[in-house]
Design a protein around this ligand. Structure first.
Ligand code: HAM
Length: 427
């Protein structure tokens, strides 16, 4: 390479260019608003941690720790690692800052993660997560609420091609018993194991279930199922979670082979995947990790969380039938007629007083009704508020949801704030 050759970006690490920034920001904004609405607060932690943190938290026999970490020795001789995921650092911060002491925390964090994986479509070496952790909650109510939150997130983002898989890994003890049974099974078929699986057999045979090798699939399909070896309490927990999801109308499939790639999980694990993403189809994953805080030196505390992959979510939004302009207004106000034009500013200003949390855009400059509706639609607004002379004469206006097939309804002006909030809440 000559001294004047342009310097390339590091393989697997991408720029986010201005053309894409609106999609990124809309995901960040929608997620932040939703998490705040559910009572989560942001925490920011360093990108670099002691290597030992990840070895202890994620597990020695995981792909991440075995071969994907960006680890280096700094000038002071310390082994440091660029974080491959967010949970370990957040827990380190919660323990180290004395935040536990029987207290509960609902936290979220966003930022880049680093894994030295083979780059391909949807798989990068620097990627971004939005990470959510509920610490000090034994569930299953928190499991159900977190999963419902993720389902709502897809609805808000207008992402439709995603499905939810669910499993329970039981407690550490029941998993140990299952692990022994699984190891027996795979030992019996030792000659059919590939090199990776042989290595995993002694360290963590559960990871063999995660094998992507087509030649291993038959053997994996015949392996004993974890769900059949759950301890009674984990079974009750799982059934309560399923009942709660059913009652909220959150659809899922129980996948008894869902084990996830990190070792810290117990009981509930879940993953959202999309057939629109190709082979790297997981867009969001998480679960309960009741033993991890104790393992990292904190007082034993139950906890549950998940992380969303931002790049894969951006890809889903790009493919959405109508990519929503998520930074658009909540309400677009259409005025029709002379009286309405005169009243428009006043009505909209008083709505802005009553609903300071909403983005309300007034269709300035008027124009014919059809053109204004087209502008309302293009703005990305959820709801159109129509101020027309006739209705105003009766002290009323009309509301029309723009992203649903429900019709227009009349509403007294005095009730507009409540009715607007109610209409937005069902979206
Ligand atoms: P994870 O399943 O390893 O979980 O990652 C979560 C999400 O990050 C994945 O579903 C995927 O969308 C995205 N992701 C992972 N690796 C890559 C990559 N190389 N390129 C692009 N996107 C990627 C965790 O990291 C856990 N810490 C989640 C959690 C939080 N569990 C409990 N609390």
């Amino acid at each position: 390479m000559s001294l004047t050759d342009p310097i390339q970006a590091v393989r697997g690490m991408n720029d986010v260019l201005p053309a894409d920034i609106a999609l990124w920001q809309s995901i960040e904004t929608v997620a932040r608003e939703l998490l705040e609405a559910y009572g989560y607060t942001e925490i920011r932690v360093p990108i670099v941690e002691h290597t030992e943190l990840f070895q202890r938290a994620i597990g020695e026999h995981t792909d991440v720790v075995e071969k994907e970490m960006y680890t280096f020795v700094d000038q002071g001789g310390e082994s440091l690692t660029l974080r491959p995921e967010g949970t370990a650092g957040i827990l380190r911060a919660v323990i180290g800052n004395g935040m536990l002491r029987g207290q509960r925390h609902k936290l979220w964090s966003a930022g880049p993660m680093f894994r030295h994986e083979k780059p391909q479509k949807g798989r990068f070496r620097q990627f971004h997560q939005i990470d959510v952790e509920a610490i000090g909650f034994a569930g299953p109510d928190v499991d159900a609420e977190l999963i419902a939150l993720t389902a709502r997130l897809w609805r808000r983002l207008g992402v439709e091609r995603v499905t939810l898989q669910l499993n329970s890994l039981g407690t550490a003890e029941s998993r140990r018993a299952y692990r022994a049974r699984l190891a027996d099974y795979f030992r019996k078929h030792h000659s059919h194991l590939d090199a990776d699986s042989r290595r995993r057999l002694e360290g963590n045979p559960l990871r063999i279930l995660d094998s992507k090798n087509p030649e291993m699939q038959e053997l994996v399909a015949g392996a004993p199922l974890l769900t059949e070896h759950l301890d009674p309490e984990s079974r009750v927990h799982f059934e309560a979670l399923r009942a709660a999801l059913d009652s909220m109308g959150v659809a899922y499939r129980v996948n008894p082979r869902l084990v996830r790639g990190l070792d810290y999980y117990s009981r509930t694990v879940f993953e959202w995947a999309s057939d629109a993403l190709g082979s790297q189809d997981a867009v969001l994953g998480g679960g309960r990790y009741d033993g991890l805080i104790g393992q990292l030196g904190g007082e034993a505390t139950a906890a549950m969380g998940f992380a969303l992959g931002v790049e894969r979510t951006v890809e889903l939004l790009r493919q959405a039938a109508r990519p929503p302009d998520l930074r658009g207004p909540h309400v677009y106000v259409i005025v029709s007629g002379e009286r309405a034009a005169a009243a428009g500013l006043r009505v909209v200003e008083s709505l802005r007083d009553a609903l300071p949390q909403l983005r309300i855009e007034l269709g300035l400059g008027g124009g014919n009704f059809k053109a204004q509706f087209r502008r309302a639609d293009r703005s990305g607004a959820q709801l159109a508020l129509v101020l027309a002379d006739d209705e105003l004469g009766r002290g009323a206006a009309a509301l029309k949801p723009l992203r649903q097939d429900t019709g227009q309804s009349e509403c007294p002006l005095a009730e507009l704030p409540q009715r607007i909030l109610a209409a937005l809440a069902v979206q």
